[in-house]
Ligand binder design. Structure first.
Ligand code: HDE
Length: 709
């Protein structure tokens, strides 16, 4: 048997804290877990050719035992994820506000590991579910690990962590039949949402296209909660963290998302992996919104309320550094699955606020790792290990890796010379911000948390016309899947407080009477003997009417980097045209795939063979960003023999993508729904086509013409 070369570790950006644990079996003999070389791994030990297997077969038993225990519990939420390594480079020092080295030292490159995730689905569920995306970043700093455990939506459904188990129980598949998987369009979720008016702002985002991203590389990220930055002197400044993607924020169409879920459930995961393999390293700018301590109460919302944003018009986002993802994990399980994030992993220079959602999270994340990763030593798993050594008196427990020397495992001690000693502040010892707190012990909510609609209204008012239509359609879709009329009606009452036209549209799709005025809502958060008045939602006049940053229509649209362009072809295609287009696209960072009736080569008009990358039967229009149909006219007519090619182009039209064609491919287009209009260039001008690709989508097309693809 020849020795097989296995894939070896890529040479770039190997993280120092992982390297002692990297394993590469190239040119190595197989061994047992005890290091004994194995001679036969295909046959178990048995008594004679046809006899029973022997208990003494330690090689079989070890292999099978390990296999039997391969799975660990998946995350309760955010089970489906994709990770990547990268680096964070600061360009603007925040030294006036914080002493955290990675936010003050512009010469530093901080290694990071990022995990993106969906929230509701199981580990094997589809990437394109309508859902919030997790955006969790672990910074391995010399002062210890800092985790920014955020989402791609800047607010959250609930204000108090106490309601999180309820929210998740409602969102997950229903308990009697475990359906539907990775979907919110069902009774229990909307039952809960309709009884929790505080969720209205977030549900507007979740029903918007933000919940169906084109790519994990094209999403914003948000720390959501207000945190604190702490400077050398102990002064605190409130901060919200933002990630802004260099490729802009883009989404797919809902019909497309549902089809991708069937055609390629790994669509996002694959997209991230391939971009990194191809050297199209995804990038984000880290931005901060800073609010001086004295301005804490200057807004018409509470900074501690996680259902609110600080509009960028009130406090601009200051870009401070760049995150670049440049290396795929070597092993999904060891890294992406075992990584343990925690909003409580902070470093000197950063501190918490009293946001009741954040406060609850500070308990939950360590607790969940105990059952998910099997004990309190999960920080020793290579992906979780800080890049600095760890010294303390924590000892023992499952799977302890560190071998602590000496007799002293307590403090104070004299036997160990008092070590590990306590670090003074001047040498980086963490001290908590000394916030003054003076209050009664209560279960309750501050009246400053009771405005549940103003920012939902602000969000809706800030959307472009097509974005609003998508929100209307999403509510109509989701609520139509609820079987209980009372849930739909209650939800309409909440929507009537956001926008009457929105509520009326959804009502019309649900066959319900259209609300003509804002209707009273039910608030399930009212305690049994609580003061009802205190818990009624209040509506304030928002400080601004619209915020440009909330609409994806205003995002970056200047690049075709990493876009996937389909070229439909069959025998007789104009080969030179394809090659020219391929070069043009490649020069501008996009990739082109020839899609034909079979794998192998096509005979081109000019005699040059054209390699087919994908076929009409193994790919789909929804997996490509744009389509081009080359000439000449005979080829275009021949292509009409492929019904999948016609469907391909119609579907691209329906999903509002750029469509290009050779001037002599007209005969093909006459048999499709594609004639002219925004994003359609059929006169063989490749640069015009490329400019259209950079625009991402032409949503206005949906308003004009419906295509039954
Ligand atoms: Fe999480 N969340 N969460 N969450 N969360 C978890 O921790 C929790 C919340 C977020 O890629 C769990 O390791 C509570 C907000 C991300 O590994 C768990 C509350 C935000 C990830 C948990 C929240 C998040 C998690 C499950 C309400 C955005 C995935 C497995 C107070 C700011 C991290 C785990 C990864 C994961 C609890 C709300 C983001 C159970 C109690 C708000 C990105 O500990």
């Amino acid at each position: 048997m020849p020795k097989q070369k296995t894939s070896s570790t890529p040479k770039n950006a190997k993280l120092d804290n992982l390297s002692p644990n990297l394993s590469d079996a190239s040119d190595k003999a197989m061994t047992t877990d005890q290091g004994v070389k194995i001679n036969d791994d295909h046959n178990s030990l048995r008594s004679g050719d046809r006899g029973a297997t022997l208990m003494e077969d330690f090689i079989f038993r070890e292999k099978m035992t390990h296999f039997d225990h391969e799975r660990i519990p998946e995350r309760i939420v955010h089970a489906r994820g994709s990770g990547a390594h990268g680096v964070f480079k600061l360009h603007t020092s925040l030294a006036p506000y914080t002493k955290a080295g990675f936010l003050t030292d512009t010469n530093r490159e901080t290694p990071v590991f990022v995990r993106f995730s969906t929230v509701v689905g199981s580990r094997g569920s589809t990437d394109l579910a309508r859902d919030v995306r997790g955006f969790a970043v672990k910074f391995y700093t010399p002062e210890g690990n800092f985790d920014l455990v955020g989402n791609n939506i800047p607010v959250f459904f609930i204000q108090d962590a106490m309601k999180f188990p309820d929210l998740i129980h409602a969102a997950k598949p229903e308990p009697d039949n475990e359906m539907p998987q990775a979907a919110t369009a069902h009774d229990t979720l909307w039952d809960f949402i309709s009884l929790m008016p505080e969720s209205t702002h977030m549900i507007m985002w979740a029903m918007s296209d933000r919940a169906i991203p084109r790519s994990l590389r094209m999403m914003e990220g948000f720390g959501i909660h207000t945190f604190r930055l702490i400077d050398e002197k102990g002064k605190s400044t409130f901060v919200k963290f933002h990630w802004k993607p260099s490729l802009g924020v883009h989404s797919v169409a809902w019909d497309e998302a549902q089809k991708i879920s069937g055609k390629d459930p790994d669509f996002h995961r694959k997209d991230l992996w391939e971009a990194i393999e191809q050297g199209n390293f995804p990038q984000w700018e880290l931005g901060v919104q800073l609010v001086p301590e004295k301005d804490e109460h200057k807004f018409d919302f509470d900074l501690l309320d996680a259902t609110k944003i600080i509009p960028e018009e009130l406090v601009p986002v200051m870009p401070v550094g760049t995150l670049t993802l440049n290396k795929n994990p070597d092993n999904f399980f060891a890294e992406t699955e075992q990584v343990a994030f925690h909003p409580g992993h902070i470093v000197p220079g950063i501190d918490f606020t009293n946001d009741p959602l954040l406060q609850g999270r500070l308990f939950s994340y360590t607790d969940t790792q105990l059952s998910r990763l099997g004990g309190p030593n999960f920080h020793e798993i290579p992906i979780n290990r800080p890049v600095v050594p760890v010294y303390n008196n924590q000892r023992d427990a499952h799977m302890r890796m560190q071998i602590d020397r000496g007799k002293a495992s307590y403090s104070p001690n004299s036997i160990g010379g008092g070590c590990p000693y306590l670090a003074k502040m001047a040498e980086g010892g963490f001290t908590s911000y000394q916030e003054k707190i003076d209050g009664r012990k209560i279960r309750g909510r501050s009246p400053s948390f009771l405005d549940h609609f103003s920012q939902a209204i602000l969000f809706y008012n800030s959307q472009s016309e097509p974005e609003r239509q998508h929100i209307k359609d999403a509510f109509s879709f989701e609520l139509s899947k609820c079987t209980m009329p009372s849930i739909r009606e209650r939800m309409l009452r909440n929507l009537s407080n956001v926008d009457l036209e929105l509520a009326a549209y959804v009502a019309s799709k649900l066959g319900l009477p259209q609300p003509t005025k804002a209707m009273p809502v039910e608030n399930g958060a009212i305690p049994a003997d609580g003061n009802l008045k205190d818990y009624q939602p209040v509506k304030k006049k928002p400080m601004i009417e619209k915020s440009a940053a909330l609409s994806m229509a205003n995002t970056v649209k200047n690049s075709i980097i990493s876009r996937k362009i389909a070229v439909l072809a069959t025998d007789g295609v104009a080969g030179k045209e394809i090659k020219k287009l391929k070069k043009l696209l490649k020069d501008q960072g996009a990739s082109m795939k020839v899609i034909g009736p079979r794998l192998g080569q096509l005979k081109s008009l000019d005699g040059q063979p054209i390699e087919v990358d994908m076929t009409f039967f193994n790919t789909s229009s929804v997996l490509h960003d744009a389509v081009y149909v080359p000439g000449d006219s005979d080829h275009a007519t021949a292509l009409l023999q492929e019904p999948e090619a016609i469907h391909f182009v119609n579907e691209q039209y329906r999903h509002c993508k750029a469509i290009g064609g050779s001037a002599d491919a007209q005969s093909f287009f006459t048999e499709t729904y594609v004639t002219d209009g925004p994003g359609v260039s059929l006169d063989g001008k490749p640069q015009e086509f490329i400019n259209n690709v950079a625009q991402h989508r032409f949503w206005e097309r949906e308003m004009e013409r419906k295509v039954p693809a």
